[in-house]
Write a new protein. Sequence first.
Length: 266
Amino acid sequence: MIEEDKQQENLDNQQGDSLEQSSNQSDATSVEEPTTSTEAKQPPSVPDQDLSGEEEFDDDDTEAPKVSAEEMAAAAAMAAEQAAAVESLMMSNLAYQAQIEELKGQVEELKAQYARLVADFDNFRKRTEKEKEELDLQSKCGTIRELLPAIDNFERARSHIKPQNDAEMNIHKSYQSVYKQMVDALKKLGVSPMRPEGQEFDPNLHEAVMRETTDQYPEGTVVEELMRGYTIGERILRHAMVKVAVAPEPVAAPAEENPATPATEN
């Protein structure tokens, strides 16, 4: 019973305390006056800042990291290796530059040799073509020279044979047609006959086999062509055999007879 009374008394004390606290809170709220609308709410104060833009650092010295002797030796060895590598690269570069210059010299020499070979080959080609043309011309001239006597015989026949009847005329026309074909073939090959009559004698073209004393032509003029000469281009196939005019010798005037002189007596 006594314990129950104590519990009841504690409950009553707790209720009285709670009521007293509630009354005190109500009195405090009634005492506070409401803030007017004209009062502006003040922003929270901001501490002054340094506007110089420089941050403040702690002046306390930081301790530098300690480097061991092994690390320093390793760094020195690495630096030495890098220096050796750089030096090796520089030496290699110099060697490459020297090799490049040597190769440039070889290229220039090869270019000069190539130019000389091209010039020599061009000269050889021109010389070979000229020799070939010369050989062709020599063979052509040799063949034509063998045919010239046949041409001479046709010309002699035409000048000496005089057909008397129709049968002889037919024969004459037949071999003259062959002669004409041969002459046309020689013209296609570039062969042309000389016409020396009335021209001045030229030992490079003519061969004088006879002389004729005459006053109708100047001395040294070709009077007659005895055997026709031929040329092919600028080359002489055969010299023309000609008769050359010679000026007549002047007639000596008759010597005047001197009158006989009388003999003188001693």
